[in-house]
Design a protein around this ligand. Structure first.
Ligand code: SF4
Ligand code: SF4
Length: 142
């Protein structure tokens, strides 16, 4: 998906954009067990935010899954460790995985995948949602 030339391909099913508006319900920060992948740079920024050493931040808030690092979650309900009162408590420093949701490749594969993603995220096709243009989706997707 390359939109660097500003060309909107006709053959992309969402070339006319997609309806989405985050209601901040916190639904994507909980649910079943999962991973919130986090980079070294994102860990360093959060460590500084909490006035922790990098090593302490890793120990307190992250775990390794295979060779990748994830935030930890509450084992009782699978809430992300930073979900407080259904809100992200580190919103401005949330990892790229969170910032780019719902523009993930597997949500954009087909209209059906988009609809299925909407079963987990109330902001997808929300009646009050604006149409997010293709360019924005393309530049945000991972
Ligand atoms: S589930 Fe969707 S609407 Fe709810 S916080 Fe996550 S992105 Fe926003
Ligand atoms: S870092 Fe924030 S946005 Fe990301 S999963 Fe945790 S609570 Fe949700």
């Amino acid at each position: 998906m390359d939109n660097k030339l500003g060309v909107i391909p006709d053959d992309v099913w969402y070339s006319k954009g997609l309806k989405f508006k985050c209601t901040e319900c916190g639904g994507c920060c909980t649910g079943g067990p999962g991973a919130v992948w986090i980079s070294e740079e994102e860990c360093a920024a959060l460590a500084a935010h909490f006035n922790l050493s990098y090593a302490d931040f890793l120990r307190l808030y992250t775990r390794m899954i295979g060779d990748k690092r994830s935030l930890i979650e509450d084992p009782r309900n699978y809430d992300c460790v930073f979900l407080k009162n259904k809100k992200c408590s580190v919103y401005s420093l949330r990892p790229k995985q969170c910032r780019t949701f719902p523009w993930w490749a597997h949500n954009l594969r087909s209209p059906q995948d988009w609809i299925e993603a909407g079963q987990l995220c109330e902001g997808i096709n929300h009646p009050d949602a604006p149409v997010v243009p293709f360019e924005v989706i393309s530049n945000s997707s991972i």
